[in-house]
Design a protein around this ligand. Structure first.
Ligand code: PMV
Length: 347
């Protein structure tokens, strides 16, 4: 073990939005099906971890200057990691974190939060254990550690597009970590924007982890796994050739399928809001009327992610302001876009 007075790491990591959805898992946080996403540019978490000189194992978590309820989840996360990462048992950790997006916005921050934490921990592991993780494995290791905090977080450690879960057509894909999948993709997709229309920021009634559990005995479990695999094949084909119609068709089917799984689980539940549906209708009408390549996706919540290409930005923004803003909570929406992935900050 390297002898040093102080270890420190600081990273910024984006959130990501899935096109093909991860829904349902096996222990230890392994997905039932492959998922495909892109990293965002603006919605990020910045995290620093310092190892103060101390012998007691303690994990202290400060979020935007205050101690936070999320600290308990992080302490549990450290307990899970420490089963394999024995070095974690030898130190105390002082963690400070902040988000670039408003806390109350109703945007899931666990992907960027666990992405940033996992990048710091991989970096600290290298400092403590003298470059245990080779440069070529750094991000897949960080992805694996992020996965154990929040499944979808494992896709956030890469720029642009990532795939998580074994997928026979792409070698190197794994259930344990995500891999980048930005080759063989038509240039238009690197100009994707995601206007996040915030419909309702109240805390959701059923958490994602409870939702994943309900897939275990779901009557449509096998059909959903098959569909997600087919959609993965179809969307990657569409993205290779630049078939935008097919791209948005699959993306929207995935979003609706995710919510259908929730509506048909035992017990069933509903996360969509009447205004989520109003926005979906408006987007479909807008597409019909303008013939522009646009579409929507939805996470496990009521907010609508309106996807469009850079070249159509002015027209889309006018449409959002005139037609969609009235369905959002207090006129709240965030304009985000495909991003360049995480960044290491100062030593
Ligand atoms: O990462 P989790 O456990 O919060 O699961 C989230 C899953 C979805 O966001 C609904 C879909 C996805 O693939 O990101």
């Amino acid at each position: 073990m390297k002898q040093k007075n102080k270890y420190r790491s600081e990273w910024e990591c984006p959130s990501n939005i899935a096109l093909i959805k991860y829904w349902g898992k096996k222990t230890p946080q392994l997905p039932l099906n492959p998922s495909v996403s892109f990293s965002l540019q603006n919605a990020k978490t910045k995290t620093s971890i310092e190892i103060p000189q101390s012998n007691n194992r303690k994990v202290e978590f400060i979020f935007e200057g205050k101690s936070s309820a999320f600290g308990e989840r992080i302490r549990n996360y450290f307990d899970v990691l420490a089963k394999d990462e024995k070095w974690l048992n030898d130190f105390s950790f002082h963690i400070e974190s902040s988000n670039t997006f408003p806390h109350s916005a109703g945007i899931a921050s666990s992907a960027s939060a666990f992405g940033a934490l996992a990048l710091c921990l991989t970096d600290l592991k290298n400092q403590v254990e003298e470059n245990e993780v080779s440069t070529s494995n750094f991000f897949s290791k960080a992805s694996e550690l992020a996965r154990l905090g929040s499944g979808s977080a494992c896709r956030s450690v890469y720029p642009q597009f990532a795939i998580w879960g074994e997928f026979a057509e792409i070698s190197g894909t794994s259930n344990h970590h995500a891999v980048p999948v930005s080759e063989n993709i038509h240039a238009d997709y690197f100009t994707l924007h995601d206007a996040i229309l915030l419909v309702d920021s109240t805390k959701k009634k059923v958490s994602s982890s409870a939702g994943h559990q309900l897939m275990n005995d779901h009557p449509f479990r096998e059909a959903r796994i098959k569909q997600a695999n087919n959609h993965t094949h179809e969307i990657l084909q569409a993205m290779k050739t630049g078939d935008h119609e097919q791209f948005f068709k699959i993306t929207e089917k995935e979003a609706l399928s995710l919510h259908s799984m929730m509506m048909t689980s035992e017990p069933p539940y509903l996360l969509l809001h009447p205004n989520s549906l109003a926005i979906i209708r408006k987007i479909q009408d807008f597409r019909r009327q303008t013939n522009l390549p646009v579409g929507f996706t939805i996470d496990a919540g009521p907010n609508i992610h309106f996807l469009y290409f850079e070249k159509d930005k002015n027209e889309v923004h006018r449409f959002i302001k005139n037609e969609l803003m009235k369905f959002t909570e207090n006129g709240n929406w965030l304009d985000d876009q495909i991003g360049n992935g995480p960044k290491k900050l100062k030593e």
